[in-house]
Design a binder for this molecule. Structure first.
Ligand code: HEM
Length: 500
């Protein structure tokens, strides 16, 4: 058992920041491994409801697996196969779409049912709160948007979300992203492979930091990037803060980042940026807020914590789109035609491309939507029940976790024909602008719906436009790894040729 724990630990300590949500799955295993063996039956309502338990309509089937480890090892081993769905598929056949299990040290209700998951996502903090591993909560500030609940959460989430939707930001991101992308593409060599996963990561980090704190590519940006890599290395480390441990190193890195960001925030205040002008980045938006709760420290902390979900997910979206397109020449052809047509039209008019132009590319948007559905960059989220909650007749007991498994819904043939086939045409004539529906939740839903979803779609659209209109390519053989985070095994190498 010790060697399994050690190898899992090594594995998790090398993953990237998108794993924040997956890590909630993974690391609770260590944190609660020895302490959480209290069993309660999910089909009975327990306290505060009176002692004579009430039997609810639907009995949750499932098995709690081995003592302490439950079904965790089975879940993980399926995750490493070419068919990571097998864990869920097997149990769905036996027990139905909602079943009980014991995962990562916690009794867990697994929901592969779109309606049940929707209910969980839409519930407020009186019923469910996000559940993250201890190392992660140590690294996130106490007032991190990822941790807080209630009115402060709604306030910060609302401010960030509306800024990411603002026309100003879209114009700025469009021009920044285009500039950075073209600079990077200009260095691409035709006689060596280009690693799409690395290239997109480099560009997306710069775009994100500019959007958050207004920093342009510079030495400070590189310093931030270095410290950030050290910081995220500890997201899934053992929750021990002693000098020499990974968590300690990550906390030190966060301190260095905080000093830099705090300085930038204070400079903004001296220049009165947040007060007198329209906000040009997320930090400005929070500075402009009159609430005394949004201190400089809280804002700085949140700027860093916002990099966690933003840093890795968007590059993956772009990389997976290139993977799926490389495997589907018909879709690539149609996407290219659509983008070349737009490019030609804009060149004739002499106009630069703006956000609306990218949105007008219906087929490109369908490619992005289908990539989100198939790719399942965030496979699901975990919530912890704060009280007994009944959903569709199922009882979720207080203290239990719920895993809302998005991937199962996205690959359910009751919702999607041939769900494992990349088919962007299935989205034609469907409006996906709200970002989610009960059968499509790559960005979550409810109060915690990802505020970065417009940013993610915009960046992916810009990348696809410039990539397909400037290059032809041949992709090297590569496979998608799904566990513990989604990524390409060989970083998605392509050999490019410039289009004339
Ligand atoms: C393809 C890209 C992305 C995907 C698939 C994605 C997915 C998600 C999902 C599923 C959630 C819900 C988590 C939960 O319910 O606990 C979420 C939350 C969040 N995302 Fe994203 N995200 C992406 C890009 C971004 C970007 C670019 C940002 C920008 C900074 C961002 C910032 C956030 C934040 C701050 C939250 C937490 C919201 C809250 O708890 O109130 N995400 N994301």
């Amino acid at each position: 058992m010790e060697s399994i724990i050690n190898s899992l630990f090594l594995l998790f300590s090398t993953t990237t920041s998108a794993a924040i949500f997956v890590s909630a799955l993974v690391f609770v295993f260590f944190t609660f491994f020895f302490i959480n063996n209290r069993r309660r039956r999910p089909w009975k309502i327990a306290s505060p409801v009176p002692s004579s338990s009430v039997v609810v309509r639907r009995i949750l089937l499932g098995t709690m697996g081995w003592p302490f480890i439950g079904e965790t090892l089975d879940f993980i081993s399926c995750g490493y196969t070419d068919h990571p769905q097998s864990f869920m598929d097997k149990r769905r056949l036996l027990y139905g779409k909602v079943f009980k299990s014991h995962l990562f040290g916690s009794p867990t209700i697994v929901s592969t049912d779109a309606e049940v998951s929707k209910f969980v996502l839409q519930s407020d903090a009186n019923s469910f709160v996000p559940s993250y591993p201890k190392s992660l909560t140590e690294l996130m500030g106490e007032s991190s948007i990822l941790r807080i609940n209630g009115s402060l959460h709604r306030r910060i989430h609302g401010l960030i979300g509306s800024f990411f939707k603002s026309p100003y930001l879209k114009a700025q991101i469009t021009s920044d992203m285009r500039k950075l992308l073209l600079q990077s593409m200009a260095t691409w060599n035709e006689d060596r492979p280009i690693y799409i996963q690395d290239e997109t990561k480099h560009i997306a980090f710069q775009v994100l930091v500019k959007a958050l704190i207004g920093l342009d590519p510079s030495e400070e940006m590189e310093y931030l990037r270095t410290q950030f890599q050290k910081f995220i290395a500890g997201l899934m480390s053992l929750p021990i803060k002693l000098p020499g441990t990974q968590l300690h190193r990550s906390l030190q890195a966060k301190k260095k980042m905080l000093n830099l960001v705090l300085q930038i925030i204070r400079d903004k205040k001296i220049k009165n940026v947040g007060v007198s002008q329209d906000p040009t980045d997320v930090a400005d938006v929070l500075l402009k807020d009159k609430s005394e709760k949004l201190t400089d420290e809280l804002i700085s902390d949140n700027m860093i914590d916002l990099m966690i979900p933003g840093e890795d997910s968007v590059p993956l979206l772009m990389t997976l789109a290139i993977k799926y397109l490389s495997d589907c020449p018909k879709a690539l052809h149609q996407l290219k035609e659509e983008n070349l047509e737009l490019k030609k039209r804009k060149e004739e008019l002499g106009d630069p491309l703006c956000w609306d132009d990218y949105l007008s590319l219906r087929f490109t948007q369908s490619v992005i939507t289908e990539t989100l559905r198939m790719g399942n960059i965030i496979m699901g989220v975990i919530r912890k029940a704060m009280k007994d909650v009944e959903i569709k007749g199922y009882l979720i007991p207080k203290g239990w976790c719920v895993l809302t498994h998005f991937r199962s819904v996205h690959l359910d043939e009751n919702h999607y024909d041939s769900p494992h086939r990349f088919n962007p045409w299935r989205w034609q004539n469907k409006d996906m602008s709200s970002g989610s529906s009960s059968c499509f939740t790559p960005f979550g839903g409810g109060l915690r719906l990802c505020p970065g979803l417009d940013l993610a779609r915009l960046e992916a659209s810009i990348f696809l436009h410039h990539f397909v209109t400037n290059f032809r390519w041949v992709a090297e053989e590569d496979t998608i790894i799904n566990f513990p985070t989604v990524r390409m095994k060989n970083r998605m190498a392509v050999w490019v040729k410039r289009e004339n």
